[in-house]
Design a protein around this ligand. Sequence first.
Ligand code: SF4
Ligand code: SF4
Length: 122
Amino acid sequence: MPFIITDPCIGTKDTACVDVCPVDCIHPRKDEPEFESMTMLYIHPEECIDCGACVPACPVTAIYDSVDSTPSSQKGLIEANAVYRNGDTDAMAKAEAIVKAHVESHQDLMAVLPAERQAAHT
Ligand code: SF4
Ligand code: SF4
């Protein structure tokens, strides 16, 4: 069961998780050209080894440890993590479209500071 990045990453995107991931399955990294244009980071569900290192590294508690533990307000972003493939234009566009729809339908959460957003997840 892969780990899932959710919406506190939007507006934070500091890559602290990337720095601790032992298998480089979180993208885009800062040194990748996709970094600037992506709204948040994504965990590759098949490459993630469920080590848990990224969770305490995230300053805004954006990462859940499974699909099951991801709150209902964040369920749409599970698919964004799943479809994102760094460097694949179509896959990146699909993931970003999901994130855009999430932002538009969760203006209440977007109005909360990223550091306080996870506490507002339902
Ligand atoms: S759980 Fe481990 S392998 Fe999976 S994204 Fe986090 S740091 Fe990387
Ligand atoms: S540590 Fe958290 S906020 Fe920073 S990039 Fe990773 S998931 Fe996003």
